[in-house]
Write a protein that binds this ligand. Structure first.
Ligand SMILES: [Zn+2]
Length: 541
């Protein structure tokens, strides 16, 4: 079989890998290239394969650099199955429609210019209708459920701890009677973060495809970052100022809300507990609702919080703003407040209005909690520009500008190596992807030096021939009865089913011939677990 690297090769964006056997064609991710104009032009190129011949597209997570070309794939003839986690499916509905909307708006703006210049009109990469059409092919499953797509293709999603629904992918593919196992890291998050569970370690694989966004970096601890955030908020509001936090609508905003909720619940915001915190972004509000609907993805601490009746996305002084008029009104309020708004790099969205109204006052603060790409307004502010242009106006920067790095959504080098050390057997080869050349090379060198494994850093378009692998054995099983005690009193009806299935599972665990039954019951138990958590969230309201 062959594995071709069609994106995220010596760059961070455009993730796409094509696995071809004698009988099957499987794509892993179908992301958009983002960044420089040259890179973004790659999105418009025709696919180097016929989309109609693809059997499965497996999606590791909903970020646009992993999912953004799916509507184009479907528009160009794909009609196979799109397999992903349920939470990724939920987030993709929001993000692909948003992406289509951006494509349409960008082209409309460009076509106005082209019309004036007498040039021919252009088509958007895809439309809202294309995005809606592509969502019909999605099938969502839960973490740890083994999915037998057909006799030759089996897969399983495990936690990646990066954003809601993000996954590490285990993929077993059989060709001529030999099964080869591949492990794709997807994007890996830092451990012990708010909300999500840590990534899962995989025990073995013949081939490993690992990301390297921060392949030569070590991040500062998250705890320091949270303390610093609260400190800056306290200092600013005590001067009567407003704190503006540009934040990515999906994941970073929910982590901030959770972190602020914790401080709020602990009473650590002292005299400032009464200041309002506004989450001003329709996309962030929708994403937060999707997070709340997927509580089964949360870590133990958050699950316990929900089961004890607390909703981590609601506290007394937190306000979600969807309405545009209400958003504009925020800038007429003189009292101290915190405004969390998107886009995270200040390139578009409501954040630009808030910056325009608040940057010129020395008592205010701006806190950056995410990566700021070259050329963006966020990067200029972070680099200390004293004058910036926002929405056609010249604005003097008098506010305090802070940058907190500990909230990074990607694993650093020590963490990437610790994930790799989870493999108990030397793989045939590791492919280092999803990183700028310096980051990718640094990680590759560390893998060669520390683990003595064979490593490749594929170029865009590189095709690797994978030798026939040995048969893989099974990974670990999740303990499905862990939550039983807590839930049985409140949710008797669901529990009855849960208990009977658990009993049955115990009986057949030792009998290898009943393995298929075990998979089905295991799957149903995971679904029930999700149902129980969702019911608890509903009961808590
Ligand atoms: Zn990502």
């Amino acid at each position: 079989m062959k594995l071709q690297f069609l994106g995220a090769s010596q760059v961070v964006t455009g993730s796409m890998y094509l696995l071809t056997t004698e009988t099957k064609k499987i794509l892993v991710d179908c992301g958009m290239f983002q960044g420089s104009p040259e890179l973004e032009r790659l999105n418009e190129r025709a696919f180097s394969f016929d989309p109609a011949t693809i059997d499965y597209l497996i999606l590791t997570h909903a970020h646009i650099d992993h999912s953004g070309r799916i509507p184009k794939l479907v528009k160009d003839g794909f009609s196979g199955r799109i397999l992903t986690t349920k939470a990724t499916y939920d987030l993709s509905k929001l993000m692909l429609l948003d992406s289509a909307h951006i494509q349409e708006a960008d082209i409309q703006w460009e076509n106005q210019k082209r019309a004036r210049a007498g040039k021919p009109m252009r088509e958007p990469l895809y439309t809202t209708a294309d995005a809606e059409q592509s969502l019909r092919y999605f099938e969502g499953s839960l973490y740890d459920q083994k999915i037998e797509a057909d006799e030759e293709v089996t897969l399983r999603f495990q936690d990646a701890g990066h954003i809601l629904g993000s996954s590490v992918l285990e993929l077993w593919v059989t060709e001529k009677g030999h099964t080869t196992k591949l492990a794709f890291s997807g994007d890996l998050g830092m451990p012990n973060r708010p909300l999500l569970r840590n990534f899962s370690k995989i025990q073995e694989a013949d081939y490993i495809i690992v990301e390297s966004t921060y392949g030569h970096t070590t991040h500062p601890p998250l705890e320091d970052a949270s303390k610093r955030l609260i400190q800056i908020i306290n200092d600013t509001v005590s001067k009567g100022g407003t704190v503006i936090i540009p934040s990515f609508a999906v994941s970073r905003t929910q982590e901030l809300i959770y972190t602020l909720n914790q401080y709020y619940e602990n009473g650590e915001m002292e005299q400032f507990m009464k200041i309002p915190i506004y989450v001003d972004s329709p996309m962030a509000v929708s994403a937060t609702e999707i997070y709340a609907r997927n509580a089964s993805c949360f870590n133990e601490e958050t699950r316990q919080l929900i089961l004890s009746g607390d909703d981590p996305f609601q506290f007394e002084n937190l306000f979600y703003v969807r309405d545009q008029a209400e958003s504009q009104r925020l800038n007429t309020y003189e009292f101290p407040k915190v405004i969390i708004s998107a886009s995270g790099m200040c390139t578009a969205g409501r954040i630009r209005h808030h910056l325009k109204h608040n940057l010129w006052k020395a008592k205010n603060s701006v806190i950056f909690v995410g990566y700021q790409a070259e050329g963006t307004l966020g990067r200029k502010l972070k680099e200390g520009h004293s004058i910036v242009s926002i929405l056609g106006e010249t604005i003097k920067v008098e506010a305090q500008i802070y940058s907190i790095d500990g909230f990074s959504g990607h694993a650093d080098q020590p963490t990437l190596l610790s994930w790799l050390r989870g493999f108990q057997k030397k793989p045939q080869r590791v492919f280092v992807v999803h990183g700028e050349p310096t980051q990718a090379h640094a990680l590759a060198e560390a893998i060669e030096k520390d683990l003595k494994w064979k490593v490749s850093i594929p170029d865009l378009g590189y095709e690797a021939t994978l030798a026939e692998g040995a048969k893989s054995t099974e990974g670990r099983w999740l303990d499905p009865v862990r939550k039983r005690e807590i839930l049985e009193k409140e949710l008797q009806a669901v529990y009855m089913q849960f208990d009977s299935l658990t009993h049955k599972t115990r009986q057949i665990l030792d009998d290898k011939t009943l393995k298929k039954d075990y998979e089905a019951i295991h799957s149903r138990l995971l679904e029930l677990q999700q149902q129980l958590l969702n019911l608890n969230l509903l009961l808590g309201k």
